[in-house]
Design a protein around this ligand. Structure first.
Ligand code: CP
Length: 334
């Protein structure tokens, strides 16, 4: 049975439980490579990966580069600021020019929601969305899921509190889609101004931090994204911190074996206190470590996707699904 046949990694909204499980299993298998003395395998030898980051990044950009190099790929890094975008070239023209150099993968971070999907429809290589505006950040959510499964083997049934600036968070969106698919109970916690209109459809909505983390198995803190906020969503940072900064006292309402995640970068003292960020329940550094394995798995799966013939079979299965022939469609694992 084919368990992963995607051409791009754009977002987790349409991923099935089986696809998510398969990517996580693959990432788990890749973890061991980073523990070796010689951290290099030939898996992507002869392949070319281009990272094109039009927004700042520490974790995602570096972990993709390390992951590609650990798999022996040729890796080229370009930032928006150093590209010809500065001379007025459009995102599409820049990416088409990169694609003309025949890379296997382009990893894109961009401030516009939908940028990765827009390009995926127009280039030959695989596109990985490394964060597009307030839309999705799929590999970060996979990192978070892998980290959760290392502490809580079964995600179904867990209560996961996602806290903070959910309105602007692509990390939250990818996590919400994937956690719901995997059967978690999702609780969205924050001031009403920082919750999107869809929040009530996505999960339980709570506006008080202590109530929001009560009996939670997992607490996922989000950065307050001041750079995406065009207006004041709360009176002052101090006021936000007073009500929504997770400290030890508030975390005490969660389950005794709770784990605390944060995708980074941290605003210490704003959404998370240092006693929690550096405390015994924090798995934040584990998330960073898992970033390598998840990105290795993502690139590996996209480059080693099924053959052209198989793709045609899959396309046929999808057409059959649209036409209502469920036998063929479900037989192919959709
Ligand atoms: N979590 C995350 O996306 O961090 P960076 O912005 O540093 O890549």
């Amino acid at each position: 049975m084919i368990r992963f046949a995607r051409r791009h990694m754009l977002g987790l909204e349409s991923y099935t439980r089986d696809e998510l499980s398969f990517v996580l299993e693959t990432a788990g298998a890749f973890k061991e490579i980073s523990e070796r003395n010689i951290k290099r395998v030939p898996t992507l030898r002869g392949k070319t990966v281009v990272s094109f980051f039009c927004e700042e990044s520490t974790r995602t950009r570096v972990s993709f580069e390390i992951a590609a190099k650990r798999m022996s790929a040729d890796f080229v890094s370009l930032t928006g600021a150093a590209s010809s975008a500065k001379k007025g070239e459009s995102l599409l023209d820049t990416t088409r020019n990169l694609d003309a150099m025949r890379p296997d993968i382009i990893i894109l971070r961009h401030s516009s929601s939908g940028a990765a999907e827009f390009l995926a429809q127009r280039v030959a290589c695989a596109i990985i969305n490394a964060g597009d505006g307030a839309h999705e950040h799929p590999t970060q959510a996979l990192v978070d899921l892998l980290t959760i499964t290392e502490h809580k083997p079964v995600i179904a049934g867990l209560t996961v509190a996602i806290v903070g600036d959910i309105l602007h968070s692509r990390v939250a969106r990818s996590n919400i889609f994937a956690l719901r698919t995997l059967g978690a109970h999702v609780r969205l916690v924050g001031p009403p101004t920082l919750l999107p209109p869809e929040a009530a459809q996505w999960g339980e909505v709570v506006h008080n931090l202590k109530e929001g983390v009560r009996d939670a198995d997992v607490v996922m803190m989000l950065r307050v994204q001041l750079e995406r906020q065009g207006r004041n969503y709360f009176p002052t940072i101090e006021e936000y911190a007073r009500y929504f900064c997770l400290n030890e006292e508030k975390l005490g309402a969660a389950k005794p074996d709770v784990i605390v995640l944060h995708p980074g970068p941290l605003n210490r003292g704003v959404e998370i206190a240092s006693d929690v960020a550096d405390g015994p329940y924090s798995v934040i550094m584990g998330q960073v470590t898992n970033g390598i394995a998840v990105r290795m798995a993502t690139m590996y799966l996209l480059v080693n996707r099924p053959s052209a013939e198989l793709e045609e079979e899959l396309a046929e299965a999808r057409r059959a699904a649209v036409n209502g022939d469920e036998t063929i469609a479900t037989g192919r694992g959709f």
